[in-house]
Design a protein around this ligand. Structure first.
Ligand SMILES: Cc1cc2nc3c(=O)[nH]c(=O)nc-3n(C[C@H](O)[C@H](O)[C@H](O)COP(=O)(O)OP(=O)(O)OC[C@H]3O[C@@H](n4cnc5c(N)ncnc54)[C@H](O)[C@@H]3O)c2cc1C
Length: 430
């Protein structure tokens, strides 16, 4: 599968360079004394930094289907983080370079360039945008530890302020304003969509059953109140429970993979107790309502590839494969053969084991093998080859805890499997 560049990446690069291309003729040349090229660097980093900020906002819009040209929502989220981080660095360089450019004149001139009288509103708008960016990004700095997800999401409103102030700063200073209107519309429009439109487009479901699978793991069976969503195997949704009696997480949206086949009239979602909200969901009231947004993602691409596949699922990361196997069981499967390895600590943690075994018994194109860490330690190349001799020739899909993922990526790379044939999903967007 092609990883880079995806069509969406190309569109992003074009949009990123647009304001710079339009402004370039006015920026002068690089040749000359240091203050000239420092001014040039300061302006270019400012233009690129703000364009990156607005594009980071634009890609966060979460319109179902828009993630596809980028290779799925998980990859789009990584892009969003990368763009935001790069924007922060460039905005810092922008101020630094413009300040340094004035140093040869005098130190006072440098200070006055960065901190002019208040009447120079454009500069102060830039500083306010920078301050909003710092407040927003500070919780992600390592020494503060892992940010609390819901708090971090609420802080995103500060990032909207940063975009607005930055845009205003640029509109006051730019020669040609239209590229900024275009990017501003994309960035701020995306936020307006997320906060205003998307919540109204969610689908209402009722919880038909809460089926315990193991200690701390349940499967919710959801019945649509209206037409419901249409999905493909391996996709996920954002689920917001409305049950009044929930101790935590009521109304919060959390991503969960759909573990039912696309043709199933019910949505099935396996939920592991990993924190406050997922703990409360273990005892959510049957017949209470949930709101579903999505589907998102493209773990298996648009459809299963027409070649043999190796699926490696561990812990709750088994859910995309459960959805995939249930899809195969309806006869909607791929052209090739599928071999699923279920990596669990021990038999009691292989909570979907019986379902998967039953599918393997009925379906010749699907083989199922369990691997228990407690008995065998980490999965080895020998174990894989013993059960699936041609595993290195297959299209490979991984989903599981980060340590398992890293171990499997190393193992497969060590066997010469090209990265382009390995597809993995992480259950964490932070
Ligand atoms: C694409 C995807 C698919 C997932 N599929 C499943 C699934 O099928 N079954 C399952 O049990 N879990 C799944 N998860 C994980 C699930 O979203 C988290 O366990 C849940 O959000 C934890 O929330 P909490 O309040 O219980 O725990 P917290 O203590 O808030 O968080 C526990 C962990 O989950 C992450 N997390 C919390 N909230 C979110 C959020 N809104 N978005 C992304 N990450 C978050 C945190 O970074 C932390 O690492 C999936 C996650 C992603 C990104």
């Amino acid at each position: 599968m092609r990883r880079w560049p995806r069509p969406g990446d190309t569109a992003l690069v074009v949009l990123l360079l647009l304001p710079l291309a339009v402004a370039l003729p006015r920026l002068g040349g690089l040749a000359g004394p240091p203050e000239l090229w420092l001014t040039w660097v300061g302006r270019v980093t400012g233009i690129l930094g703000l364009a990156l900020m607005l594009l980071a906002g634009a890609v966060s819009c979460r319109v179902p289907g828009l993630d596809r040209p980028f290779g799925g929502l998980a990859r789009l989220w990584r892009l969003h983080h990368g763009l935001g981080f790069a924007a922060f660095i460039l905005v810092m360089l922008h101020a630094l370079a413009l300040g340094l450019a004035a140093v040869p004149a005098s130190l006072d001139a440098a200070v006055a360039t960065l901190f002019p009288p208040l009447s120079h509103g454009a500069v102060w708008l830039g500083w306010l945008a920078w301050a909003a960016l710092v407040v927003f990004l500070a919780p992600t700095f390592d020494f503060f530890g892992q940010p609390h997800y819901q708090r971090w999401k609420r802080l995103h409103l500060v990032s909207a302020a940063a975009l607005l102030l930055g845009l205003w700063h640029a509109l006051l200073l730019a020669g040609e304003a239209w590229p900024w209107w275009l990017l501003g519309l994309a960035g701020l429009g995306a936020i307006a969509w997320r906060k205003g439109v998307a919540p109204r487009r969610r689908h209402a479901y009722r919880i038909e059953a809460v089926e315990p699978l193991a200690r701390g793991v349940v499967e919710l069976v959801l019945r649509p109140e209206g037409s419901g969503i249409r999905h493909e195997a391996g996709q996920f949704v954002y689920l917001s429970p409305l049950d009044e009696s929930l101790a935590n997480g009521r109304g919060e949206e959390h991503p969960y993979t759909i573990a039912s086949a696309p043709s199933d009239g019910r949505l099935r979602i396996g939920i592991k107790d990993l924190g406050d909200a997922s703990h409360a969901l273990q005892t959510v009231a049957p017949e209470s309502r949930v709101l579903i947004e999505g589907p998102h993602g493209e773990f298996f691409g648009r459809r299963f590839p027409e070649r043999d596949m190796l699926w490696l699922g561990g812990g709750i990361g088994i859910t995309p494969f459960v959805g995939g196997a249930r899809d195969l069981a309806t006869g909607a499967g791929p052209g090739g053969h599928v071999h699923l390895f279920y990596l669990a600590h021990d038999e009691s943690r292989a909570y979907y084991g019986q379902d998967l075994e039953a599918i393997a018994e009925r379906h010749a194109g699907f083989t199922f093998t369990t691997h228990f860490y407690r008995d065998l330690g980490p999965l080895t190349e020998t174990f894989l080859r013993e059960h699936c001799p041609d595993f290195t020739e297959r299209e490979i899909y991984l989903c599981g805890p980060p340590a398992m993922n890293a171990h499997l990526q190393r193992l497969l790379a060590g066997q010469g499997v090209p990265a382009s044939r390995i597809h993995s999903e992480v259950f964490d967007f932070l």
